[in-house]
Ligand binder design. Structure first.
Ligand SMILES: *Cc1c(COP(=O)(O)O)cnc(C)c1O
Length: 427
């Protein structure tokens, strides 16, 4: 199904780059087939190596909320580039960026810029540990927080099971400092705090999970998480690398009216450039060097080109955009749900705002053990049929698809039609 130019490039790539890709999910291993190599992108469209147009529902895995090559963002990058690419010294741009982020995320009283979501979560946890002088970190099964050692940990089974590494190369000693629980299991979290609450430095969560497919929090779950952390002197961390500026300009915390102790941002805030940020309560953030003893640094942190792209993107995040994304999302959700029903397939559609997943299992999916029931083979067939019809859907069952401001009603309707056909021929 992949064009011949992409195939030729892939053959060259796999000789030098493990799996032919610089990030694993791009390899299409979960769905079979070869990846499409991209030569350019504009609006809601990607163009493959041979010029084939695809309607894009990945958006570079989240950042491209305005669509690709938005003229204002491109202009900001071009302007910034003429003034030099990196100084290794502070700039007004970084101050403006921090002020803008603070206005959208009042919980981020102080913040630091870094270059990737992984760096943001890794640093936030180091800070939380330094602040609390405790070691244990709690995460939820199916949540992804980047590839730092202590976050590549799968669930043990159930309550208070010490983590085992989910990846080669992660020392067990490090994995043991991470405890995992089922997402949406408030009782399990309460029990864990009752047992080891005085040793817990932080609880990190995707407030709406995107990395096991789109899974919303049960009402009250996030509120309980924040309260439990507060009562036990632990730090609550909302990993909003995906949801930040996606579910609202102020992320999931704005959408749900919550105030975590710390927040991590990435993806959209960089407008497609390598930029991320972490921040939170001023007393917590004050442990960072040079103010305090927790070391965190970066040669390219707050890079002027990346910050310029981020600022230009943030300027467009108003109510009009989110109303439009909500309407497009609802239209896509209804269309896909109808197509599922008509096809008789066992599947469910879950959506929050412009994040959406079609799971090949019965709903609702509330946690990883629910998501894990999804039929990956049927998803792979569905994905292949969509790609054949020019729809570039995430190449894995457990990823959220994203809409952008560049998508149109016609795009959504075309996608629903393609999905209806794909569900029929893939069943
Ligand atoms: C993408 C993602 C990360 C990692 O960000 P990178 O920039 O890929 O390092 C962390 N947390 C969440 C929730 C993400 O979606």
């Amino acid at each position: 199904m992949t064009d011949t130019l992409s195939r030729a490039l892939f053959e060259r790539a796999i000789r030098l780059i493990p799996g032919g890709v610089n990030s694993p999910v791009r390899a299409f291993r979960a769905v079979g087939g070869d990846p499409v190599f991209i030569q350019r992108a504009e609006g809601a469209k990607l163009y493959g190596a041979d010029g084939t147009a695809y309607l894009d529902y990945i958006g570079s895995w989240g950042p491209m909320i305005l669509g690709h090559a938005h003229p204002d963002v491109i202009r900001a990058v071009q302007d910034a580039a003429t003034r030099g690419l990196s100084y290794g010294a502070p700039t007004e741009l970084e101050v403006k960026f921090a002020e803008k982020i603070q206005s959208l995320y009042p919980s981020m009283e102080m913040m630091r810029c870094v270059s990737s979501g992984t760096e943001a979560t890794m640093s936030a946890i180091r800070v939380a540990r330094g602040f609390t002088k405790r070691d244990l970190v709690v995460k939820f099964e199916g949540c992804y927080h980047g590839h730092a050692d202590h976050l590549l940990v799968k669930a043990g089974s159930g309550l208070a099971t010490f983590g085992t590494p989910d990846s080669g190369g992660v020392p067990e000693g490090i994995a043991k400092t991470t405890l995992t629980l089922p997402f949406n299991d408030e009782a399990a979290l309460r029990d864990l705090f009752a047992k080891v609450g005085t040793q817990i430095a932080a609880v990190i969560v995707e407030p709406v999970v995107g990395n096991m497919g789109c899974v919303p929090p049960d009402p009250g779950f996030l509120e309980a998480l924040i309260a439990l952390c507060r009562d036990h002197g632990a730090v609550s961390i909302f990993d909003e690398v995906m949801t930040g500026c996606r579910l609202a300009a102020g992320g999931a915390q704005e959408r749900f009216g919550l105030r975590p102790d710390m927040t991590t941002l990435g993806k959209i805030v960089g407008g497609g450039m390598p930029l991320a940020a972490y921040g939170g309560r001023a007393d917590i953030m004050s442990v960072i060097a040079p103010l305090g003893s927790v070391y965190q640094a970066g040669t390219l942190s707050g890079n002027p080109i990346a910050v310029s792209a981020g600022l230009a993107t943030l300027q467009h995040l108003g109510p009009a955009l989110y109303m439009r994304l909500e309407a497009l999302g609802a239209r896509l959700e209804e269309g896909l749900a109808r197509a599922v029903k008509d096809s008789g397939a066992t599947a469910c559609v879950q959506r929050v705002g412009s994040m959406i997943t079609l799971f090949f299992c019965e709903g609702p999916v509330r946690s990883w053990s629910d998501a894990d029931k999804a039929d990956r083979k049927r998803f792979a067939a569905f994905h292949g049929e969509l790609l054949r019809r020019g729809i570039y859907w995430p190449p894995a069952q457990f990823e959220a698809a994203f809409l952008s401001g560049a998508h149109t009603e016609e795009d959504v309707d075309r996608t629903v039609m393609a999905a209806a056909e794909a569900l029929k021929s893939a069943s």
